[in-house]
Design a binder for this molecule. Structure first.
Ligand code: TRP
Length: 327
């Protein structure tokens, strides 16, 4: 089970860090992938764009290979059982613990005028998403470790207090998926919010891709010495989308001090165009297909709700919230 924030516009880092993992998991596990629209409300005060973001994120995940026939792909707000389990889990969540959570403190810093209870209890809602499906494996990045630990704590507390209902969830990754996709400006990773010129989006058109790569940082071309980070990053990107032959050729050129960055960027740009354009075109087609998107959301919600209802029943029985049978 995992949650996808509806920020719209997936980039290459999301693709190699998250989506590719989901696509692999769908072949061997029962999967629940959810668009975390309610979590988005903890910081959004203006929701006019939310609908577009949700539709885009669904379309881009499907275009990247996520198959709604194989997995439950749904929106959080379409599964009202989430809210009910969230309420029950709130009894196991200590205020002091929530106030100490680094993600909470960070958001207080960023939005000092909107420190709402949704923000404080964000990890409880996330635990509800996970525990509702009784999930054990949660494909997420490093930044979510703390939230997963809290979900494990709530599961453990619940089980101890009321009886065994929830398995403990752990972060999951296929080994090589921990690849970080470097940004084009020579430092850090591709990210949604920072420099858009340094990030390649799955929605970028061919000219935009070529342009961004043309402007990517390299070095002065002086041979010898350690490879600067900006150049190492270009090689990492080249490895993601070009053949090994091409990568080897440019590595050899670099060693020999004869590398031509213009040629290398041209190869990289064509590799990226060949990789991104089919995803972009498919996503665009899906995004414009109302009846298909509706069907995906409805069927996804139906799968998620069936499992959720069974979990809730177990949880309420364990808590003694079953008053019809006299025993
Ligand atoms: N908090 C997660 C993020 O910021 C998104 C999320 C919401 C999530 N619910 C989840 C992730 C459940 C994993 C499981 O990316």
């Amino acid at each position: 089970m995992s949650g996808i924030r509806p920020t719209g516009f997936l980039h290459l880092g999301n693709y190699f860090g998250a989506v590719r993992n989901y696509v692999r998991m769908q072949e061997s596990y029962t999967c629940y992938f959810m668009v975390a629209d309610l979590h988005a409300l903890t910081t959004l005060t203006e929701t006019r764009e939310l609908k577009n973001h949700v539709r885009r994120v669904l379309a881009e995940n499907i275009a990247s290979g996520l198959d709604p026939e194989k997995v439950a792909l749904y929106c959080q707000s379409h599964v009202p059982e989430t809210a009910e389990l969230y309420l029950l889990l709130n009894m196991l969540a200590y205020k002091g613990e929530l106030e100490k959570t680094p993600t909470f403190k960070e958001k207080v810093r960023l939005h000092p005028n909107n420190v709402n209870m949704g923000l404080l209890t964000y990890p409880v809602l996330q635990a509800a998403d996970i525990l509702l499906q009784r999930a054990t494996l949660v494909p997420v990045g490093k930044d979510q470790e703390q939230h997963l630990e809290m979900a494990r704590n709530y599961a453990g507390r619940f089980n101890q207090r009321y009886g065994e209902v929830f398995p403990e969830p752990y972060a999951f990754n296929f080994g090589e998926s921990l690849i970080k996709v470097p940004s084009l400006d020579g430092a850090g990773k591709m990210s949604k919010s920072e420099n858009q010129m340094a990030t390649l989006y799955l929605a970028d058109d061919d000219e935009t891709i070529r342009n961004k790569i043309k402007k990517a940082k390299t070095d002065s071309g002086a041979p010898g010495g350690d490879m600067p980070e900006s150049v190492a990053n270009l090689f990492l990107l080249l490895e993601l989308v070009c053949s090994q032959d091409v990568v080897d050729k440019f590595r050899a050129d670099y060693q020999a001090g004869t590398v031509r960055y213009g040629d290398m960027k041209k190869e990289l740009a064509e590799g990226m165009v060949a990789f991104i354009s089919p995803i972009r075109e498919k996503a665009e087609q899906i995004r414009n297909d109302d009846s298909y998107l509706r069907k995906v959301m409805e069927e996804g919600a139906a799968k998620a709700r069936a499992n959720a209802a069974a979990t809730l029943q177990l949880a309420k029985e364990a808590m003694g919230l079953n008053y019809f049978a006299k025993i």
